[in-house]
Ligand binder design. Structure first.
Ligand code: ZN
Length: 136
């Protein structure tokens, strides 16, 4: 590592830059994973839709997924003019005919504060207030 500058100010600047890069990469990675999840769900729906090829009903209690803390409406594709929208869990308002995915408070905070994703908070349920973040 002899090509690094010897002085602390420049080393700190490099470190800050690298940390920012890591944060952005992680955010994009998270966003892509959530998009992937959407596609998997759509694929599962598309695969099971025509013939309703579901296994015979099994007895026993039906498992119910826990209520989502936050919901995210992802873009349905690169041409989707609507922004990514984040809702507080339980909000049923939708910007488009998109199926929202459940996300954690931490994920909601990331997508709302990241400029690369540019997600918008729902103007009705105001998830940013629940998260305690100031987006102004
Ligand atoms: Zn909402």
């Amino acid at each position: 590592m002899s090509d690094l500058p010897p002085d602390p100010p420049r080393l700190r600047a490099i470190l800050t830059h690298l940390e920012r890069q890591i944060a952005e990469t992680e955010t994009v990675g998270l966003y892509l994973r959530l998009q992937c999840e959407e596609v998997r769900k759509a694929l599962a729906r598309a695969s099971s839709a025509p013939g309703r090829e579901r296994p015979a009903q099994r007895p026993g209690p039906r498992r119910r997924a826990p209520a989502a803390e936050y919901l995210m409406e992802s873009k349905s594709g690169p041409a989707d003019p609507l922004p990514v929208v984040v809702h507080a869990g339980g909000c049923t308002l939708r910007q488009g005919r998109r199926t929202p995915s459940a996300i954690t408070a931490q994920q909601a905070r990331i997508v709302l504060t990241d400029t690369v994703i540019g997600a918008e908070p729902c103007p009705v349920c105001r998830p940013e207030n629940k998260l305690g973040i100031d987006l102004a």
